[in-house]
Design a protein around this ligand. Structure first.
Ligand code: CAA
Length: 241
């Protein structure tokens, strides 16, 4: 039986590309989403990948959602990709407590909630893969992103700790740290600011979503069982500048 992959925020942007790539590679795939019903419907219709709606910042909703997927698909989640995330960019002196909390809960809290919902099953079966989608901005910091950089850096600490706790159970836990990627999220940055950012990327362009999906496919592969606690940077050299 094909392994079951669950991707949070898997109907748009990087998450959708990961879902499509892993389906293409022969995995059984399910995706969660929260906001955009129309995008999720069209993703499901176009790819045949089932989609499930809940708020991954909500612990109980994650437990219930994973239970529902496993019951409906008749199979446990073998591979979890924590991809869902939001931005609320503002310099810290202008940032509201709500902007801080939303990003910490949606981007980092969701990784705890979702990992908690699948980890017991993975431990019992002696096999699992978890990939957390962090960011170059969690590695290097970014003007206007104290909340997002803190959440994305937190994901790297969570990755390393859960990797240690899971290593003897056949479960690997890794992070990918994408740089600026051609998605709706990046398209929201003011053009002048984005131009300045792209000028700092040695490769001279944004990443393509497929390039991030490629790294996730590598990490979840059976042959990647000795890679755990790692953060794979995919940033066109931006971290070096
Ligand atoms: N370094 C130093 N100074 C900077 C700066 C920088 N990178 N960027 C702006 N400034 C300066 C400006 O020149 C300006 O100076 P003056 O007042 O002297 O003119 C001052 O800071 C105020 O800047 P803004 O006018 O930009 O401040 P703002 O409050 O209007 O906007 C902001 C702040 C919304 C955060 C805006 O700076 C911004 O959009 N920045 C980009 C944030 C970003 O990269 N987000 C990534 C989103 S995509 C993503 O997160 C995916 C991923 O993982 C990569």
């Amino acid at each position: 039986m094909s392994k079951l992959v669950l991707i949070t925020g898997g109907t748009r942007g990087i998450g959708a590309a990961i879902a499509q790539r892993l389906a293409h590679d022969g995995y059984r795939v399910a995706a969660t989403y929260h906001g955009d019903d129309a995008a999720a419907r069209s993703f499901q219709a176009g790819n045949g990948i089932p989609v499930y709606k809940w708020d991954v910042a909500d612990f109980d909703a994650c437990q219930a959602g994973v239970g529902r997927i496993e019951a409906e698909l008749g199979q446990a989640v073998d591979i979890l990709v924590n991809n869902a995330g939001v931005t609320r960019d503002a310099t810290l002196h202008k940032m509201t407590p709500e902007q801080w909390r939303t990003v910490l809960d949606d981007d980092l809290g969701s990784c705890f909630n979702m990992s908690h919902a699948v980890i017991d099953g993975m431990r019992a079966r002696g096999w699992g893969r978890i990939v957390n989608v962090s960011s170059v901005n969690g590695q290097k910091g970014q003007y206007g992103q104290a909340n997002y950089a803190a959440a994305k850096a937190g994901m790297i600490g969570l990755t390393k700790s859960l990797a240690l706790e899971s290593a003897r159970k056949g479960i690997t836990v890794n992070a990918v740290a994408p740089g600026y990627t051609a998605t709706e999220m990046v398209a929201k940055i003011e053009p002048k600011i984005l131009e300045g950012i792209v000028a700092q990327i040695p490769v001279g362009r944004l990443a393509r979503v497929e390039e991030i999906a490629h790294a996730v496919a590598f990490l979840v592969h059976e042959d990647s069982g000795f890679i755990t606690g790692a953060t794979l940077s995919i940033n066109g050299g931006q971290y070096l500048t």
